[in-house]
Design a protein around this ligand. Structure first.
Ligand code: UTP
Length: 271
């Protein structure tokens, strides 16, 4: 059973400047609630019992968002407003399951994951990248059932336009297991159109094995001078660890670029 999830949130969010000069992108509202709450709701609905948020000193506002008890208690006492007490109850529900770890230098997603090493208890854990919202179907829930069925690591995947492969991690299929599950042969971070082994892109939901930490300990910087989680995954695949690409059923919304963020807010408000 997958009980723990980790969410890297320590990046700079430069693609959403100027909004992210003071507000962490994960707290930017999407139809009245921070993007991060959609991700936490997905975890809770998928049966996750503990969520580790990787933040940085610059993004302490995320911690304050979930730990502002005194503020709420005072307001509720003064105002006796049902809506506010319901909102506080919701925040308390999140607070109960979250834990914070720090990555103060944004060296890459792989380095962020490494910071959670001593907190991971089971052999497998879920990782969610909050820029990637998936609506209509709970992607984490789907991934957990794929993990149960194949007893393997899983990465969420989606077919993308060949011309855009250099934006994503792209994998090569070793074997098609059925219409939505593929055994992965290798994965490359942001390949050129020429070097891309397919048009199957990795999206921000992963079920990773604990062994990933051994690879991350030794992982060198890759594309763009960052330590990428996909490079450590590729090392595990070379060690014959089973990874499955799962084409999820829901609708993917990109919230990490300005254009994507604007479109996603419009899309969700129409839901
Ligand atoms: P991205 O590289 O896509 O986003 O990281 P970013 O760095 O936040 O934003 P840009 O590229 O400057 O616009 C994907 C996820 O991994 C986290 C980010 O916070 C984001 O949620 N991340 C990235 C870390 O936690 N640490 C890092 O060193 C890098």
């Amino acid at each position: 059973m997958i009980k723990q999830a980790i969410i890297p949130l320590a990046g700079l969010g430069t693609r959403l400047l100027p909004l992210t000069t003071v507000i962490p992108k994960e707290l930017l509202p999407i139809n009245g609630k921070p993007g991060l709450e959609y991700i936490l709701d997905e975890c809770i609905e998928a049966g996750i019992k503990e969520v580790i948020l990787i933040i940085s000193n610059k993004k302490k506002m995320i911690r304050s968002y979930f730990q502002n008890d005194l503020f709420y208690k005072k307001i509720i006492k003064e105002k006796k407003d049902k809506r506010i007490s319901n909102e506080y109850k919701k925040i308390l529900k999140y607070k109960k399951i979250i834990k914070f770890v720090y990555q103060n230098k944004p060296l890459g997603t792989g380095d962020a994951v490494l910071k959670t090493k001593k907190f991971i208890k089971d052999n497998f854990f879920l990782m969610l990248l909050p820029d990637d919202l998936i609506i209509r179907n709970n992607c984490s829930k789907e991934m957990i059932s794929v993990h149960k069925k194949y007893k393997s690591s899983v990465m969420a995947s989606m077919n993308v336009d060949k011309k855009t492969v250099s934006r994503w991690g792209i994998f090569k299929i070793r074997k098609k297991l059925n219409n939505s599950n593929f055994l992965i042969d290798n994965v490359i971070e942001k390949p050129s159109v020429k070097k891309a082994p397919s048009n199957k892109a990795v999206i921000g939901r992963y079920i990773l094995p604990k062994e990933i930490f051994k690879k991350l300990n030794k992982q060198k910087k890759g594309k763009g001078g960052e330590i990428h989680i996909t490079d450590a995954i590729q090392k595990l695949i070379l060690d014959k660890k089973k990874f499955i690409g799962h084409n999820f059923a829901g609708k993917y919304l990109d919230c990490g670029t300005m254009n994507g963020y604007i479109k996603s807010t419009i899309r969700i408000s129409k839901k």
